[in-house]
Design a protein around this ligand. Sequence first.
Ligand code: HEM
Ligand code: HEM
Length: 179
Amino acid sequence: MTDHKIWDPFIRLFHWSLVAGFAANALILDDESKVHEWVGYAVVALVGLRLLWGFVGPLSARFASFFPSQTAVMEQIGDIATHRRRAHLGHSPLGALMIFNLLAVMLAIGVTGYMMTTDAYWGVEWVEEAHEMLVVWAEISVVLHIAAVVFESWRTGVNLPRAMITGKKSVPDDVRLAR
Ligand code: HEM
Ligand code: HEM
């Protein structure tokens, strides 16, 4: 095993706070309460900071370092299809697509949530419906995200959830690294 330091403390704190905030609002808190709104704004603030970090943070946190090209996506699909075991040190191309989807849907939930509190859109049905549908889309995405993390951990032999806790990816010595 070779350890690679990948995720800085901000990324890890961001990730698990986002999980807590989203889960609390989607599953636990009363959606008519003020707490729901504040937790929702906290999620939006977290995503805002993450967007900034994507430009000024360390290399593996930068969007430029994991922005997925079509070739890279096809290569990863090829790896999966042909059982070629290659690991990515940062986010994988398919992982990156999911990450952009998750960040965007969190912002859209926040915007529609805020709209419901304004005089102009208060009680407007399509806004409420959009908020609800976006939450459902986010929930589907999260289930796929977790399934993909488990699958990729199994396929590449790298424990990805542990890396999101400790910051270090431990790559088995017989596994090659993808670009
Ligand atoms: C509400 C639920 C979740 C949301 C919204 C979410 C969102 C995200 C986001 C936005 C990232 C990108 C991190 C970054 O670069 O900033 C990410 C990465 C990651 N998430 Fe989650 N996540 C959720 C649940 C989970 C759970 C339960 C696990 C553990 C099984 C997990 C494991 C990971 C891992 C391992 C990565 C890094 C993947 C890689 O190595 O490229 N996530 N997640
Ligand atoms: C992580 C972000 C958020 C999640 C997961 C979330 C989730 C939800 C869910 C599941 C509902 C119930 C939808 C239904 O069944 O009708 C809801 C309703 C609502 N949300 Fe959010 N929300 C988030 C952010 C926000 C924000 C930022 C605001 C406003 C500042 C907000 C304001 C509202 C309002 C006003 C309702 C309607 C409550 C009612 O029925 O009177 N939400 N939200």
